[in-house]
Ligand binder design. Structure first.
Ligand SMILES: [Zn+2]
Length: 479
């Protein structure tokens, strides 16, 4: 299989990688040759031997997207429950009081993961970082999907408890946190040793405020001993920002620096509430310089946060300060192209200018910045020697017509509707817009039952014992 050579002949447009500029560039009317090991030829005429030919006419070939932050687990079944909710005393965020109440049965985990993978790949994701609780079906399902995937098994010592919708309390159980840490490392090691060779592991203390300094440092040590990245949610909410100020006198970024975590191998989930953010009261501008100097990565996931009225200020500003900002989807809709469009819109609103960020900047964040975060110069680009992870875009799709600048059409208009096929390691994982290796429809059918169960369990999981109709109000009354 690996020796089978495929040729894409006369592609209308190839988004290739220009080594001299270290960036993407358009190539017109060229060929691409690849096998299971990677790209063999990019642009111009390919005259070598081959086994299969794909027409490139009316198609654009793009590098696959690198999603550095998403959650399978219970996120896919939370759709439609809490988009209009939030806790006023916790800056309108629904995370602590509401998403904490969603329970998933063991039998629904695989379906939930399958739907997430199908949705992500359909939107062009070829590499993803899944931050979730370890389950038996995790590695086999990821491997079956055909995607390139990093598991980031979460662990923490404190659970969130919201008292009477007013106060966020942390309930500590360090013994349990240490056990979860040990189990997480086993899963990371199992992923790295997986025979598919497409799985990897990342050490993932869940949130900066739910882990002690000792655990965060032990996590970094374990990651560095294995030469794998570390990821942690930090500077993701004002409640967390205020908790850290009370506990340490520092912002999340400054605390990470003091602990020795702030480095090129660190991926910070969200990193919105830095000292320069207008909601914080620091009146300083230290954090972005620290992030840039230490070459840490920010995992920017604008859809989930802007849905709650929160926005990074701004993607363009972070980039201009030299911060490596990569993109993630966090929760549903698990659509990388929607995430890219939203990141552009949010950046231009937060930065108060159309010039804050450009289409090429966002495209780079979704490809090269993510590859850099994972230490993978062989992904996120179409160049000889890189992995054959790519998308075929249908330029004849109505949402792509008329074509002047195909990347702009894709990001501003068409999104996943124009994604025809997605390849990872030279093998199709999406064809005619559908997952090839997963039973997506079967998994989708199981989600309703899983969500019905989660809704039935809301009242039992709520410390205040409110009914599901109060907790998850529907947007319209039923008559
Ligand atoms: Zn997250």
């Amino acid at each position: 299989m690996a020796r089978d050579i495929h040729v894409i002949r006369n592609a209308h447009t190839i988004v290739g990688y220009d080594e001299s500029r270290q960036g993407h560039a358009y190539l017109s009317d060229g060929d691409i040759a690849f096998d299971g090991n990677g790209f063999l030829h990019v642009g111009g005429r390919y005259d070598g031997a081959f086994d299969h030919e794909i027409s490139g006419r009316d198609r654009m070939v793009l590098p696959g997207f690198v999603n550095v932050h998403c959650h399978s687990g219970e996120e896919p079944i939370s759709k439609g429950l809490f988009e209009d909710e939030g806790t006023p005393a916790l800056w309108g965020n629904a995370l602590y009081e509401y998403s904490n109440l969603v329970e998933i049965s063991d039998s629904a985990v695989e379906a939930s993961l399958t739907v997430m993978l199908g949705d992500l790949m359909r939107s062009g994701v070829t590499t993803l970082v899944d931050i979730a609780g370890p389950r038996d079906c995790w590695l086999p399902t990821l491997a079956k999907s055909g995607a390139r995937a990093y598991v980031a098994p979460g662990f923490r010592e404190a659970a969130w408890h919201v008292e009477e919708s007013r106060r966020l309390d942390l309930v500590w159980d360090k013994g349990r946190g240490r056990e979860a840490f040990a189990r997480a490392l086993e899963v990371v090691d199992a992923a790295r040793a997986h025979p598919s060779a497409r799985l990897g592991g990342i050490v993932s203390p869940s949130q900066i405020e739910t882990c002690s300094a000792e655990l965060l440092q032990a996590a970094a040590e374990a990651a560095r001993a294995r030469k794998v990245p570390i990821t942690v949610h930090a500077a993701q909410t004002m409640a967390e920002h205020e908790e850290l100020l009370r506990r340490t006198g520092l912002t999340a970024v400054q605390y990470l620096k003091d602990l020795g975590l702030l480095g090129e191998d660190l991926i910070i989930g969200h990193c919105i509430f830095t000292d320069g953010h207008s909601w914080t009261r620091q009146r300083t501008d230290i954090d972005l310089g620290l992030l840039a100097d230490r070459r840490a990565t920010v995992a920017h996931c604008p859809v989930t946060f802007s849905r709650s009225g929160m926005v990074l200020q701004s993607l363009g500003r972070y980039r201009r300060r030299g911060v490596n900002v990569a993109l993630g989807t966090d929760s549903y809709p698990f659509n990388m192209l929607e995430e890219m469009r939203q990141s552009m819109i949010c950046s231009r609103i937060a930065g108060r200018s159309v010039f804050d960020v450009g289409t090429a900047d966002v495209f780079e964040a979704a490809t090269l910045a993510g590859a850099h975060a994972l230490g993978r110069p062989d992904i996120g680009r179409i160049t000889v020697g890189a992995k054959a992870d790519f998308l075929l875009i249908d330029l004849k799709h109505s949402a792509m017509q008329p074509v002047y600048d195909p990347l702009r059409n894709l990001l501003h208009c068409a999104a996943e509707r124009a994604v025809e096929a997605v390849y990872v390691d030279g093998v199709a994982v999406i064809e005619t817009g559908r997952p090839v290796h997963l039973d997506y429809d079967g998994a989708l059918a199981e989600l309703q039952e899983a969500q019905d169960f989660a809704v039935r369990r809301l009242e039992a999981n709520d410390p205040a014992k409110r009914t599901s109709t109060i907790l998850a109000r529907r947007s319209l009354p039923s008559i």
